[in-house]
Design a protein around this ligand. Structure first.
Ligand SMILES: Cc1ncc(COP(=O)(O)O)c(C=O)c1O
Length: 427
């Protein structure tokens, strides 16, 4: 245990040495009552608003005011091709070829659209494999896809690890299941980072296991994109989808992303739902009845671009480029390790961290429970919120906190742990 003064000096020193510290000034940090800023640890749920965003949105509003429909073709970023301007930076961030990614819709919608193509049950190969306790929207999506195909989720939805008390499900368990039952599996839908535990998966290993069994594999990257390195193309994944309001700081419900591996581009045997923006750009305005698909992942597009929801993503991608993802990951590893060491050194007999301790198996989120139980955990969580320490609570007993390298400070982590100690010592 370090003394208060040494701890404070160490946090100050780490912040002073942080080459990315100035990026915090790019964000609005929500105020806490009359006492300065919140200690915001909730970028895993909703990222903070970039300060430069208002001007970007204002610019689009002004184009609309002054150009009307001509804004589709003129202005700094014509709306007709707005989504195309996001393609390269988005591809960089998820390790894809530009033609493999597209910004569209919302996450659950994209999972459905992609499952239309990549969940093709045939005879006994009719199961979907998911991890223990996935995010409810994913469960609803796969259950409804199974029912849509006339299948019974009680028989065809396999939730790996559901019968164990162990909260982490490893790649080895998936491999073992697929080795034994793989010929019954049509699709593996797996997280990049598990939302409740913060466990990060090796995408290539998951994809390899699924495909060796003859199954398709898709990833929900909601908690991975902008948080951990992602190498979608090399992983061999068939498809992936993610949202942009968490680590991508693009605002609630902002436009999501989708990835389709290039080996599936242009395949005429794949079922796919069509809309006019998925048509080839050369044919979109011919008003012709026949659908000529756009090249690459764009063929999965449905509708014209929601510009006011894409502008935040544009801003966010700029910030990621400016900071450099490798540098962000480096800071993320250091800051999460710092928070972990404070939690274990100062509160180790009192909290239990669920997130793997191997830095390669996690992003910035740490999930923990209180050894005293869920009721005490909930009371602590509410105390923290009241004091301006914003994490989140996930039933039945998990507190999640995510020090985000773009805007969190080492000092935030130290203050959080000190506040938990204050609460504990009052018990
Ligand atoms: C892992 C995961 N999947 C799916 C969703 C649902 O996302 P959306 O509401 O954008 O469809 C979320 C939302 O937080 C999530 O965390």
């Amino acid at each position: 245990m370090t003394s208060q003064a040494t701890g404070q000096a160490r946090a100050r020193e780490l912040d002073a040495q942080d080459p990315l510290a100035h990026f915090r000034d790019e964000f609005w940090i929500p105020p806490h009552a009359d006492q300065g800023e919140q200690r915001y640890f909730c970028g895993n749920s909703l990222g903070l608003q970039p300060r430069r965003l208002s001007a970007f949105i204002e610019e689009e509003l002004s184009h609309w005011q002054t150009l009307g429909v001509a804004g589709h073709f003129t202005g700094r970023r014509p709306w007709m091709s707005y989504h195309e301007s996001l393609r390269e930076p988005l591809a960089d961030l998820v390790g894809a070829k530009p033609a493999e990614v597209v910004a569209m819709n919302a996450l659950t919608v994209n999972l459905h659209l992609l499952m239309v193509s990549f969940f093709q049950p045939a005879g006994a190969r009719n199961r979907i494999v998911i991890e223990r306790q996935p995010f409810p929207s994913d469960r609803y999506a796969v259950e409804s896809q199974l029912r849509y195909h006339g299948l019974n989720p009680d028989e065809c939805l396999i939730e790996l690890g559901a019968d164990s008390d162990e909260r982490l499900v490893g790649e080895a368990e998936l491999e073992a299941y697929l080795a034994a039952e793989g010929d019954r599996v049509a699709l593996v839908l797996w997280p990049g980072v598990q939302y409740a535990t913060g466990q990060r998966y090796d995408l290539a290993r998951v994809a390899q296991a699924a495909q060796a069994a003859g199954a398709m594999v898709g990833f929900d990257l909601a908690h991975a994109v902008g948080n951990v390195p992602v190498d979608l193309h090399a992983s061999g994944a068939d498809f992936a989808a993610w949202c942009s309001y968490k680590y991508m700081n693009s605002g609630a419900g902002s436009v999501a992303g989708a990835f389709v591996h290039e080996r599936h581009h242009g395949r005429e045997d794949l079922p796919r739902l069509h809309g006019w923006w998925g048509a080839h750009p050369d044919s979109r305005f011919l008003m012709a009845p026949e659908f000529v698909p756009a090249p690459g992942a764009d063929a999965w597009l449905q509708s014209n671009s929601p510009i006011l929801s894409m502008a935040p993503l544009r801003v966010s991608l700029d910030l990621f480029r400016e900071a450099g993802f490798d540098r962000l990951r480096e800071k993320s590893l250091a800051m999460t390790a710092y928070l972990e060491s404070l939690l274990t050194e100062e509160l180790g007999d009192w909290v239990s961290i669920l997130t793997p301790s191997d830095p390669e198996q996690r992003g910035c989120q740490l999930s923990f429970t209180l050894r005293a139980g869920a009721e005490q955990g909930r009371a602590l969580f509410e105390h923290l919120i009241a004091e301006g320490y914003i994490g989140d609570w996930r039933e039945p007993d998990i507190i999640r906190v995510a020090p985000v390298p773009l805007y969190n400070r080492y000092q935030d982590c130290l203050d959080l742990v000190n506040e938990i100690k204050v609460w504990r010592d009052r018990r």
